[in-house]
Each structure stands twice: as C-alpha cells, then as structure tokens.
Design a protein. Structure first.
Length: 367
C-alpha cells in the first residue's frame, strides 16, 4: 500500500517538537490524511504550510484532514495543533482529556477540601493545551474520540497504548493531579529540567551498551497514544513521548493480536526526541530486534524529531538503534520524508543517516 510520512522541522533553533503528517491511498485510490501532533506553534504553522503544498491541490478549497491525533498534553506536541484545527476541515480529533475521568480517580483524593468540580477545573488548567484543543473542536463541531488500546482509526491504524486502566494509574501518579501528597510526585520532573550540556565521555563498544534498564519518564509522557499503522506490506509505529511501560504494553498487545511489532514494523518514531529515559535494551530487543553484527542493517528505519542544533537524539540512543540494524535519521530543523510506493518529490534529496560513535553521554553529569 502506498503511504508517506513527514516529520516537520523549522529552520531556527527551537524546543524539540513533534509535528507529523501522513497519508495513504485507500482501496479506491483516494488519500486518507492524518496528523499526529503539531509541535509548538511555529511547528504548527510550518505543518499547515507543508500540508497545503504537498497534500492538497493548489486550487483546492475544501481541504479535509480525516483525523488528527494529539498523542499527549505537552506543549511541544499539542500547541501547534490549534493551527491545524483552525485552518482545515478536520473530521475527527483523537485525544484523551484528563478531566473526564474525575469520577474514576476521585476515591484517591487525600485532601478533603477538593471537590469533583474543583478537581476538574484544576485538571483543565494543568492540561491547558488539551483543553484549548477541546474548545476549538467544540466550537467547530469536530468530534473528539477517546483513544485507548484497541481503538481502530480509519481501518488502518490501531491504538497500542495506553489502556484505560494504565491511563488512570498515570493520572493518579502525575503531580498535576492534586490527589496525593507532594512527596509521591515523580523524581523525573527535576531530571527533565536539565537540558543541554551533554558531555560525551563515556565509552561503549558495539556489544556493550550503557543504556539502562528500569528508566523512568514522566506520567504525562507515558500517557502518549502509540499508533501502529498497518500498510499491508509493512507497518509503522508512532510513539510520541512514551516510556518503557507504555512500550511494553504496545509490544505485548501487538503479540496478542498476532501482529508483532518486531516482525512487521519497518518504520518507527524514536520516542521523546531520542531521550534515554524512554527506552531500554530489553524493550528494544523486543521492539526492533537484538544486536546484529557491525555494519549490518535490517531494512528498518527510525526518525527522530529534534530542533535545529539540538543535543537530541542522544548518542547513546542512536547507538542502541544502530547496533540493532536500524538506520536512524533526525530532522534537525528540516522536513524529512519517509515513503513507500509514492512519487518522488521534485527537488528533495537524500539525507545522511546518523552513525555509531563509541563515546556517549555520561549519566552522572547529565541526569
């Protein structure tokens, strides 16, 4: 089946952001067009420009996007989607809204001053980018669809994570939810405030990697909607900022439905811009395969969204994919394009893959 995926970048230094457009031809030869995340506002504007140039005819007036997926609530994924909702006819918005589940988690409230109404208001304030998308969708009559494991989108996409139960657990864990004492908030919040200044002074060989097991990311990242796209000849995987718990759910579910990610996915998004607290050696072994011989590739490709001149993806993460035979590419402020059975774009050229490097970022100095 013919399909293409574009990872949007902007030609200026900015926060790492995910803004992804993709489409495929259905059995009638018509395109299904989707958007997965919109990045920060500047990425949303660039995504709009790209869609107009490559996904729609120049004189087309009724520009329809079949669906938009907001993977999770972070600024660098959700904010730019406002531009898409405001400037195209969108048939459906797939996202999860934390405040809809107050009844499910209210028994965990430890502060008697909190009411269901006040908790709902607090969640809308804390997850304001999702709340803003809800307001636009309601104003424009766009249906909003709850998005948990097993949901099918346009017959070709399946939601792999989160399950609703996992999502509710994460909602309770999150320090954005005033349910439990502050000391229960995840330590990784402080870790993710440490940005940049990575020092590559740790040596690893091809067969001995420094990537760790048991790493943690934030509950909000783990809420990311993970999508498996079945394009018949091959599949693709979009991961948002998901961590190892969500990836474990996705991998296990793919095995349960007899469509194992390790066997079928030939293109995937590296989660969280190539951060090292979202993957582990054992997860990668189950997701893309075990370590191969040097200079060996498996035909699999991974893209990572990173801002221009960003430290991401971390070399430790690049190495982890490369040593498993996966070719890795980053957009680095540009738009990068993956396609199967689609026409070549005039003026577009190949980009250079990222290489293995024996020196990686020191864990102790960089969080």
């Amino acid at each position: 089946m013919a399909y293409e995926i574009d990872f949007i970048g902007i030609d200026e230094e900015s926060k790492d952001s995910d803004a992804i457009a993709f489409r495929w031809k259905d059995e009638n030869g018509n395109y299904k067009i989707g958007v997965y995340d919109g990045g920060i506002q500047a990425y949303g504007e660039k995504l709009q420009e790209h869609l107009n140039q490559y996904y729609f005819d120049k004189n087309e007036t009724n520009k329809v996007i079949d669906f938009v997926i907001c993977s999770h609530s972070d600024l660098d994924h959700a904010s730019g989607l406002k531009t898409i909702l405001n400037n195209f006819k969108v048939n459906a918005l797939y996202m999860n809204r934390q405040w809809l589940y107050v009844d499910d988690v209210f028994d965990k409230v430890s502060d008697g001053r909190i009411t269901k109404d006040s908790l709902q208001r607090r969640l809308k304030e804390k997850y304001k980018y999702v709340s803003e998308l809800e307001d636009i969708a309601n104003e424009k009559g766009i249906k909003i669809i709850e998005t948990f494991q097993g949901k099918i989108i346009e017959d070709k996409l399946i939601v792999m994570s989160p399950t609703k139960d996992f999502y509710l657990d994460l909602l309770v864990e999150s320090d954005k939810t005033p349910l439990v004492a502050v000391e229960n908030a995840s330590f990784v919040k402080d870790v993710f405030k440490k940005i940049g200044n990575y020092i590559k002074n740790l040596f690893e060989s091809w067969n001995e990697e420094k990537l760790r097991e048991g790493v943690e990311t934030t509950p909000e990242n783990e809420m990311s909607i993970v999508i498996l796209g079945n394009m018949e000849e091959e599949s693709f995987l979009l991961t948002g900022d998901v961590g190892i718990r969500g990836l474990d759910l996705a991998i296990t579910y793919s095995e349960d439905i007899e469509s194992p990610i390790i066997d079928n996915v030939m293109f995937l998004q590296i989660p969280h811009h190539g951060g090292r607290r979202n993957i582990s050696p054992s997860i990668l072994n189950r997701m893309v395969g075990e370590i191969v011989d040097e200079e060996t590739t498996t035909g699999k490709t991974a893209f990572v969204s990173a801002g221009k001149n960003s430290d991401h993806p971390l070399q430790m993460v690049v190495n982890a994919f490369v040593r498993r035979g996966v070719k890795v590419y980053k957009n680095n402020g540009k738009i990068i394009h993956h396609h199967r059975n689609m026409p070549e774009r005039e003026g577009w050229t190949s980009i250079t893959k990222l290489n293995f490097d024996s020196y990686v970022e020191d864990w102790e100095n960089n969080g």
